[in-house]
Unconditional design. Sequence first.
Length: 147
Amino acid sequence: MSKETERKGWMGLLARAPAEDLHRLWSETGLTPDHAYLRAPEVGGVMVRGRAGATGTAFNLGEMTVTRCALQLGDGRVGHGYVQGRDKRHATEAALIDALMHGAEAAMIRAHILDPLAEAETTRRQTRAAHAAATKVDFFTLVRGED
């Protein structure tokens, strides 16, 4: 897996993670890296696009609120965080984790933050799928035979 693909994976995971879970796991690491903001956490909007039938013509679905943050650690590593909603702490913690994933702390960050978040996400998806499967209704049609 390329570094770019790997980074997309952890950036997406951090963006989808519940803010409370990320904050709890980040706090448990005890890390307080020295950093300066390149772009302080700021709230804005983005246009969300969709496709008819998932493959058809693209159209503007609507706007979504996002918060972004860019920062630089004391040693020069840069991290970015983009999250849905208005949670500036969530965006900052995501940016810090992104920056730390580019150094020696990567294995510890993966074990203490990314892996637990991925497991929780998998559990949420399985629970949602099981709930949906429990409400599934199978329809069938009886065809009368010709006598």
